[in-house]
Design a binder for this molecule. Structure first.
Ligand SMILES: Nc1ncnc2c1ncn2[C@@H]1O[C@H](COP(=O)(O)OP(=O)(O)OP(=O)(O)O)[C@@H](O)[C@H]1O
Length: 340
């Protein structure tokens, strides 16, 4: 398969020395064999099996959809940014939303997650209409979206960021201060939970560091960790690989797969075709506001219409190296990242 990343040239990327970048290429060369079926998780195998019976066609029905969107339009002045007839997202799968710059991915993502309002259309989560549901309420129903760390959040510690993301966080409001003993019990439980999640993302040792001092990759991990504070059933990731040192990309991919393996549904917008190729169970392609293709990554990314319309003429980048997800490689890359 041969497609090429088309964006992110302008986004900040962590500095990578040739020494850091080299091991990935070396491993790729040494372990060119793809990950065998035995090495995939049960969840991955199951979802692949289920989706293998689904026709790769725009708007196709899924056997167990968790999210559906119908007739969604968003216009800015005379320009239609999103014009989606129908999309169903399969429960328990990792679905990638890809497309060229300006295709409407972010606008569609913003609509689905309650951060923008459509001109028309409706969508449902777990069979419940959520078209006019706020992001905060959506999080309480189980759908959560990751956020880039803002300047304000950067000035809080890693642990404070986690506690702020907890549902029912009392903050400093009057109610919270009146019922301090009650809330301190909640805070204790939230702290225990936060530390468990930070352990999982190798961030526990950094709990008292300012979030702003983390590397780009660690920030992405913190965004994911914050999202898990709400116990989501569906997690929406906005460009999880953007600005991440290549040495940490594989680790991030592993964490995203782990979410699916634990039963969560993942929908992510991503420009990094390598990431999309490696972890997606299903790929949805947008162009000019519409969904122009959907299907398993291999078939969609080989679809000539997609290659021509979206990926342009760059047909020379090999994305087929599953050996990059080898656990031993991941452990080494994570150790390298921790030393940074
Ligand atoms: N607030 C806005 N006001 C006017 N036009 C907008 C606004 N937001 C998005 N657009 C336009 O809508 C179109 C879709 O933009 P969107 O950001 O959703 O695309 P995208 O696929 O996410 O692109 P990228 O990959 O570059 O982020 C673009 O032409 C963009 O300029």
């Amino acid at each position: 398969m041969s497609v090429e990343k088309t964006k992110n040239e302008n986004e900040p990327v962590e500095p990578t020395t040739p020494d850091e970048a080299e091991p990935i290429g070396a491993v790729a060369a040494a372990e060119a064999a793809a990950v065998s079926d035995d090495e995939r998780s049960d969840a991955a195998r199951k979802v692949t099996e289920t989706l293998s019976h689904v026709e790769a066609k725009v708007g196709v029905a899924k056997p167990d959809m968790i999210l559906t969107a119908t007739g969604v339009q968003r216009r800015f002045g005379g320009m239609t940014a999103v014009d989606v007839d129908h999309l169903e997202v399969q429960r328990g799968a990792i679905t990638a939303l890809i497309g060229p710059n300006g295709a409407g991915k972010t606008t569609f993502f913003n609509l689905l997650t309650g951060f923008d309002k459509p001109n028309q259309g409706k969508w449902e989560f777990e069979g419940r209409p959520i078209t006019h549901t706020s992001a905060a309420k959506l999080a309480r129903t189980g759908m959560v979206r990751t956020f880039q760390l803002t300047k304000a959040l950067s000035r809080l510690t890693v642990l404070q960021n986690m506690l702020l993301a907890a549902p029912g966080n009392p903050g400093e409001n009057l109610f919270g201060s009146l019922f301090r003993p009650l809330w301190s019990g909640v805070e204790k439980r939230n702290t225990v939970k936060a530390m468990e999640i930070l352990e999982r993302f190798n961030l526990a040792a950094k709990k008292d560091d300012f979030a702003g001092s983390l590397s780009g990759g660690q920030r992405k991990l913190l965004e994911m960790a914050r999202a898990l504070m709400t116990n989501p059933t569906m997690i929406m990731l906005d460009e999880p690989m953007a600005g991440v040192n290549p040495a940490l990309v594989q680790s991030l991919l592993h964490h995203v797969q782990a979410l699916r393996d634990e039963g969560m549904t993942v929908l992510f917008v991503e420009h990094d075709m390598h990431a999309v190729r490696h972890i997606s169970d299903w790929v949805v392609v947008m162009a000019e506001g519409r969904i122009v293709a959907e299907g398993p990554p291999d078939s969609v990314m080989q679809d000539q219409a997609v290659v021509d319309a979206y990926l342009g003429a760059h047909h020379d980048t090999d994305l087929g190296d599953d050996a990059l997800l080898d656990p031993a490689v991941l452990a080494r890359l994570e150790a390298e990242e921790e030393k940074r």
